[in-house]
Write a protein that binds this ligand. Structure first.
Ligand code: CMP
Length: 150
């Protein structure tokens, strides 16, 4: 296991549907730790940079338009194997493949509005965290309960 930080984003609609609390609860219940959290409306150019790897896909403009269509909850989440753990909790990107019990499987109906984004590898996590947070916004703190979780 490796201690990691990952970028997690609750997409537009989550705040309006009052789902933030139940989704954060799933991350925390699995032992992940919140190191930074903020609401924001993402500027278009930042959304385009965030999803740059999809820029040649037919759904790119729709994806960017949706991403900037309302406030998101952006966060840095950390812990042992945080990247894989957050992705397992989120479930598969394609909604038809997301089983009940995963965040997408329980709260999303279409792939484009699949409720949550999580970084897919350490390099993406570093890039995405740096895109949305300055170092001073990310808090590292002692957790006396950590031994009960990891
Ligand atoms: P996310 O994990 O944020 O990373 C890329 C996003 O592109 C993905 O979640 C989906 O929201 C979106 N996406 C992937 N495939 C499609 C698709 N076929 N049609 C529309 N949106 C898609």
């Amino acid at each position: 296991m490796a201690y990691e930080k990952t970028y997690v984003m609750l997409k537009p609609g989550v705040l309006q549907r009052r789902l933030t609390g139940v989704i954060l609860q799933r991350l925390e219940q699995k032992g992940l730790t919140l190191a930074a959290l903020k609401t924001m409306i993402i500027p278009r150019e930042v959304a385009e940079e965030h999803y740059a790897e999809h820029s040649q896909r037919p759904f790119f403009q729709d994806l960017v338009n949706y991403t900037i269509s309302g406030p998101v909850v952006a966060m840095v989440v950390c812990g042992e194997d945080a990247i894989a753990r957050a992705r397992a909790l989120a479930g598969p990107t394609r909604i038809e493949e997301a089983p009940p019990g995963t965040i997408r499987g329980d709260f999303a109906a279409v792939t484009r509005k699949n409720v949550i984004h999580t970084s897919d590898c350490p390099e993406s996590a570093r890039r995405e965290i740096a895109l949305f947070f300055s170092p001073g916004e990310i808090l590292e703190y002692e957790d006396p309960n950590a031994d009960w979780i990891c």
